[in-house]
Design a protein around this ligand. Structure first.
Ligand code: ATP
Ligand code: MG
Ligand code: MG
Ligand code: MG
Length: 431
């Protein structure tokens, strides 16, 4: 008898097979038991009919507790009533390990309890669906960039200098030197782009975010493409094509997961390039005209501003040309204005906020040096970075997409903590 996974059942319709599985849930009457089986690859209903399997096997089925691990044998049957499309007519059960008093029962639990039990909570249908969607976003990210001639490059995680200022840095020791955990691989990716043309990275980044929001993690994963000979407007086109691509990939390959999450897919189906562009100037004006008197030109948006700005669109939007004073030192100034830079943030619809920050980078040596001085950065630490604009400098652009924000948006989950297996939050380092 063949041992298969639940995901492979469609290829074995009508056959008798063996599955390794856990009991996710169980309902039974005097004559029939319904076992919700999960094996990591998916979920399927196992049906045990007393009249067919006999008293002993039926008693075993009825006694199965939540999260008990089993080998089950049975016949794969097409079942139009279930979203999955198949069920298992069980003919044998072998208990591997009996689980007693699994803490996460089908009833409602509080968030802190679930977070304390994150290692077990991951087994739930909802968390399973989110992790599968996360995986599909990562898979389609690699596919998109590989298909478009990008090379994957891995920047270091332990660094001596950092682009984003010092307030949110995690400091550590590197033998006798001070070191920091990476907040962004960007500067290294710029160096890589000068060597390999179009590059992308995918790795963890760390920010000591002191405020609790539903959008910020302490440890999160970023996708950071960087492109030589690509100017600001061209970079926006790559960004909208990339985000459209991952949304369409999830729609195509995660139908069951989106359904399990009750995601309104009609909202995702609309996500196709091009995305609207709104200037920072217009965004401020719109906010001030619409009752937001808590922000003026020169200030960065907060979550309520981003949510309001994106609200009237059913697409992610770009907010472009932010004031030079609220953006990092390396952004290329606007050719006709010295008060704004060639940058854009991509704001997701449905209140999920900024998912991408990107810009064209300065490629003039003197200007870069001047900006480093103006920002009071340590020139010695940036000497290697200045070399990039010294030897064959070219216009180049790049961006960073936060994976967990994107997972939260596409999955439609309220809080970013559910979009990563083991979230690191202000007050949470365990499990
Ligand atoms: P925000 O304004 O929301 O704090 P940011 O402008 O500080 O974000 P960037 O430095 O532009 O963020 O980083 C690029 C992307 O990384 C952001 O667009 C977002 O998707 C993601 N990101 C930034 N900070 C966090 C965080 N603490 N947790 C999760 N994702 C984050
Ligand atoms: Mg921030
Ligand atoms: Mg921001
Ligand atoms: Mg940003």
């Amino acid at each position: 008898m063949k041992k298969i996974t639940i995901a492979e059942m469609a290829k074995h319709n009508g056959e008798t097979i063996k599955l390794g599985a856990w009991i996710a849930n169980k309902r039974s009457s005097g004559k029939i038991a319904f076992l919700q089986l999960r094996d990591g690859s998916g979920f399927v209903q196992g049906v045990v009919v007393k009249a067919e399997v006999g008293d002993d096997l039926f008693a075993t089925a009825k006694g199965l507790t939540q999260e008990t691990s089993v080998y089950v044998t049975g016949e794969v049957k097409g079942d139009e009533r279930s979203a999955f499309g198949y069920e298992l007519a069980v003919t044998g059960i072998e208990v591997i390990h009996e689980a007693k008093d699994f803490p996460i029962t089908p009833k409602e639990h509080g968030t802190e309890f679930l977070m304390d039990n994150r290692h077990l909570w991951l087994r739930s249908r909802k968390q399973h669906a989110i992790m599968k969607i996360r995986n599909e976003i990562i898979r389609s990210t690699y596919e998109f960039f590989n298909d478009n001639g990008f090379v994957k490059v891995d920047p270091p995680i332990l660094t001596g200098s950092s682009p984003e200022g010092t307030s949110e840095l995690f400091a550590t020791k590197y033998f006798d030197e001070d070191a920091y955990l990476s907040q962004s691989g960007q500067l290294y990716m710029e160096a890589a782009a000068m060597a390999l043309g179009k590059v992308f990275s995918f790795g963890p980044t760390f920010r000591a975010e002191k405020s609790k929001t539903r959008r910020h993690l302490i440890e999160f994963w970023m996708i950071e493409p960087e492109m030589a000979f690509i100017e600001h407007a061209e970079s926006l086109e790559v960004q909208e094509q990339y985000v459209s691509y991952i949304v369409q990939s999830v729609l195509k390959n995660c139908k069951l997961e989106l359904e399990r999450l009750d995601r309104d897919v009609s909202k995702l189906e609309k996500i196709k390039a091009p995305f609207p562009r709104v200037s920072y100037d217009d965004a401020i004006k719109w906010l001030n005209d619409n009752g937001f008197d808590d922000i003026k030109w020169g200030e960065d948006f907060g979550a309520p501003h981003e949510t309001a700005l994106a609200e009237s669109y059913d697409m992610p939007i770009f907010i472009t040309h932010y004031p030079i004073g609220i953006k990092p030192f390396y952004m290329q100034p606007h050719p006709e204005r010295d008060d704004v830079v060639l940058c854009a943030d991509m704001i997701a619809p449905e209140g999920y906020g900024e998912i991408i920050g990107g810009s064209e980078r300065i490629h003039d040596y003197e200007l870069m040096k001047q900006r480093i001085q103006e920002h009071n950065l340590d020139e010695d630490a940036y000497a290697w970075y200045l070399d990039l604009s010294k030897y064959g400098s070219v216009p180049h652009s790049g961006f960073g997409l936060g994976l967990e924000r994107t997972v939260a948006w596409i999955s439609g989950v309220e809080h970013i903590r559910e979009s990563i297996p083991f979230p690191r939050l202000l007050n949470r380092l365990y499990p």
